[in-house]
Design a protein around this ligand. Structure first.
Ligand code: CO8
Length: 264
């Protein structure tokens, strides 16, 4: 089994690190398979409440693996539905925070946008340079980026292939926070720990509701949100959360999990 990702646990949070540093974490099929299997397993594990996805200091990921793609024909691409596996990463029902240092280009930028939100270092660089290779984004980049930052800036990036600095990515709304490079992973881990301490059901439905905003007209989206809100009144977490507030004590949403506390 190749070891193209590394996973460590801190309490209820999993830190997943892309591990092809010599290739700037270029996303080949073997890495995608490993990452998707790990992400789906983490999503199914009730002792995990959130994951942080990161790369190396130099690169979150410099894109899909160009060496792996260079010789492919259109028939190969269609036959294997190349990149479709990434839909499973995006769909996995676990909060995902991208912790980005260095380059997040092409497929790397697209993976950032598949995550729930991103925390970037001041030196991070984002872009969709595929046009310079004679192709276009193939992992959702034209669609997700346009929804996130708007048509004009998305066109600029996809048509010129230029690289965007972290401060511009923050202004555009591509990333949620920018912090000093050395604090990227710790900041993302702290945010993930906060999420993982909350009610699992409330976090799940909040993710679903926000994601639906990309698909539904406003009136339908508001009704969808309300139905999920009503549904949460059938959970013990709603009773615990509101009782804890009224009793002026912290809410206890999770049984202490010894294995998770040991960092196993
Ligand atoms: N794929 C494969 N290998 C890569 C990639 C990549 N995307 N990026 C970097 N590498 C490798 C380099 O080949 C080099 O390997 P070696 O040491 O064996 O020569 C090693 O990583 C280090 O890279 P550099 O020497 O180039 O490092 P620099 O610091 O000089 O430059 C850059 C860093 C600017 C990030 C540069 O590596 C670069 O431009 N990389 C490519 C970025 C890019 O174009 N990404 C988009 C890829 S395509 C994509 O993601 C989606 C394609 C959609 C296709 C749709 C089909 C259906």
């Amino acid at each position: 089994m190749p070891n193209l990702i590394e996973i460590t646990r801190e309490g209820r949070v999993a830190l997943v690190r892309l591990n092809r540093p010599a290739q700037l974490n270029a996303l080949n099929l073997a890495l995608a398979e490993e990452l998707v299997a790990a992400t789906e397993a983490l999503a199914a594990d009730r002792s995990v409440g959130a994951m942080v996805l990161t790369g190396s200091d130099k690169a979150f990921a410099a894109g899909a693996d160009i060496a792996e793609m260079a010789d492919k024909s259109a028939e190969d691409m269609v036959e294997r539905d190349f990149f479709a596996i990434w839909d499973r990463f995006a769909a996995a029902r676990i909060p995902k925070i991208a912790a980005v240092n260095g380059y997040a280009l092409g497929g790397g930028c697209e993976v950032v946008m598949m995550c729930d939100f991103a925390i970037a270092g001041e030196g991070a660089r984002f872009g969709q340079p595929e046009v310079r290779l004679g192709v276009i984004a193939g992992m959702g980049g034209t669609q997700r980026m346009t929804r996130l930052i708007g048509r004009s800036l998305a066109m600029d990036l996809h048509l010129t292939g230029r690289t965007m600095r972290a401060d511009e990515a923050l202004r555009a709304g591509l990333v949620a926070r920018v912090v000093p490079d050395a604090e990227v992973v710790s900041t993302a881990m702290a945010a993930a720990a906060e999420i993982a301490a909350h009610s699992r059901a409330a976090v799940r439905l909040a993710r679903e509701a926000v994601a639906k905003a990309e698909e539904l007209p406003l009136g339908e989206g508001v009704r969808y949100e309300r139905a999920l809100f009503h549904r949460l009144f059938g959970t013990k977490d709603q009773r615990e959360g509101m009782a804890a507030f009224l009793e002026k004590r912290p809410a206890r949403f999770h049984e202490p999990d010894e294995a998770a506390e040991r960092g196993a």
